[in-house]
Write a protein that binds this ligand. Structure first.
Ligand SMILES: Cc1cc2nc3c(=O)[nH]c(=O)nc-3n(C[C@H](O)[C@H](O)[C@H](O)COP(=O)(O)OP(=O)(O)OC[C@H]3O[C@@H](n4cnc5c(N)ncnc54)[C@H](O)[C@@H]3O)c2cc1C
Length: 428
């Protein structure tokens, strides 16, 4: 078998590895058994949507489980599914929405596998309300050390080895998961801008009870009084009554259209983004995004579930804008009481280093109950940075400053997004 290039989503981390893609549970069992017998180090891989190196393997083989794609809705248990490791969030909603079900937790892209979702224990824009992905998992079917497939209930202490275990507990073959019932296929959304970071944090704190989902897009370019200004989106599921029960629970409503305004192909958006992906271009993009939202004022609208959650998926292969060297993301998680000071300093440091983040996303979190939990009761700020030849070394230094900020604030680093070894350093 000839080795392949296997990269993290940010393209900055990669390995040259043999890739095995078993297409059944039995094949996966046999493949892992053979590699273990040979003493070959194994990294499991889902859809490869982690930004950094966690699904790459510099000294061994990669076992890609995305061909395990069976999804079954269990009889007599509304909303309960058995999904093999390679089932995507996209499969869950495509089969679930017409039956009136939506995942409790979704990330910012629908192209994440069940194995990857549990192994990183992903969070959504409603983390402060519904917790992380594994909160809604009833049991896991995993391969144990002897190569046997064993089912582990959520009450079993071994469950914690797999949740945010990044494959360390062994391959997850199948998960049993609860979806949530939804009466309609829509969210009632409010969008508005806020002038600085403090106002943004205060607003999200206040909105915790009222809103099921909250997210703030932070413009990292302004300094001084406008530092941390934001475009905020908050949303609740649209209940039946406001509109007829079942409205919007069809795939035609949910699928993201392939054109903008009915005429411009989405692929043009990716090309436009490529042309804007340099410091001044992204300054203009962030400014325009803020300004358009500010001019629009407080807007209230109804949006299909998929459109609200998977905004970035609407732009095909947007990461190509960061070629050739790719990009990294750093997501700082900090306790609530330290969020303002830490995020203010994080943005100031970007200015001092001359590298403002191209995309900043702020979310509210609660403390998880799992052993490998990474979310404190507080906030996270996810920051995207391009990697360029001239600034790569300074970018790593900036990340080292972030490591110190997070550690001093009693926070944590999200391993699925870590591209520069911050997670290992935090455990050292
Ligand atoms: C555009 C975008 C937006 C995102 N938004 C969010 C977000 O809002 N919230 C969030 O939490 N994350 C987010 N992510 C990150 C993503 O959800 C996680 O990295 C997730 O783990 C990716 O799943 P995957 O299937 O691609 O797994 P991979 O990236 O392939 O693997 C992730 C880890 O899981 C392990 N693994 C994979 N499959 C198995 C298996 N079957 N058994 C055991 N271990 C396995 C791998 O070894 C690796 O350690 C986002 C990513 C992108 C690209």
């Amino acid at each position: 078998m000839s080795p392949d290039l296997v990269s993290g989503f940010g393209l900055y981390n990669f390995s040259i590895s043999e890739v095995h893609t078993p297409s059944s549970v039995e094949e996966a069992q046999a493949c892992v058994a053979r590699l273990r017998k040979e003493g070959t180090p194994v990294t499991l891989r889902g859809a490869g949507r982690s930004y950094g190196p966690v699904a790459t393997c510099p000294r061994g083989a990669v076992v890609d489980l995305t061909k395990l794609r069976e999804l079954t809705f269990l009889e007599g248990k509304p909303g309960r599914v058995r999904a093999q490791a390679g089932v995507m969030i996209a499969d869950l909603w495509r089969q679930g929405v017409p039956k009136g079900f939506w995942p409790h937790v979704v990330p910012g892209t629908m192209f994440v596998s069940m194995g990857g979702a549990v192994a990183a224990n992903i969070h959504g824009k409603n983390h402060y309300k519904r917790g992380s992905f594994a909160e809604h998992v009833e049991s896991l079917l995993v391969l144990d050390e002897a190569g046997e497939a064993v089912r582990i209930a959520r009450t079993d202490p071994r469950f914690h080895d797999h949740v945010a275990g990044y494959g360390a507990g062994g391959p997850i073959l199948e998960i049993e998961l609860d979806l949530k019932p939804v009466e309609t296929g829509y969210f009632d959304v409010e969008g508005f801008t806020l002038g600085d970071l403090k106002t943004t944090l205060d607003c999200i704190e206040e909105g915790k009870e009222k809103w099921e989902y909250q997210v703030a897009w932070i413009d990292c370019y302004p300094r001084g009084g406008n530092l941390g200004r934001s475009a905020v989106h908050v949303a609740n599921h649209t209940p039946a009554g406001d509109i007829p029960k079942g409205k919007g629970l069809d795939l035609a409503t949910q699928e993201v259209p392939s054109t903008v305004a009915g005429v411009i192909p989405k692929s043009f958006l990716a090309s436009g983004l490529t042309m804007a992906t340099f410091d001044l271009g992204m300054k203009a993009v962030n400014y325009a995004k803020y300004l358009v939202a500010k001019v629009a004022g407080r807007v209230v609208y109804r949006q299909p579930l998929v459109h609200f959650n998977f905004l970035l998926d609407a732009i095909p292969d947007w990461r190509r804008a960061y070629r050739p060297m790719g990009f990294i993301q750093y997501q700082l998680f900090v306790p609530r009481e330290n969020a303002l000071a830490v995020f203010t300093e994080a943005i100031r440091l970007q200015h001092r280093f001359g590298m403002p983040s191209y995309l900043g996303v702020l979310k509210r979190h609660r403390k998880d109950r799992f052993r490998n939990a990474y979310t404190p009761e507080g906030y996270s700020l996810a920051l995207d940075f391009p990697v360029t030849r001239s600034k790569a070394a300074a970018l790593i230094q900036l990340c080292r400053r972030y490591d110190a900020l997070v550690s001093e604030a009693g926070g944590s680093v999200y391993r699925a997004k870590d591209c520069v070894g911050s997670f290992e350093r935090s455990k050292a």
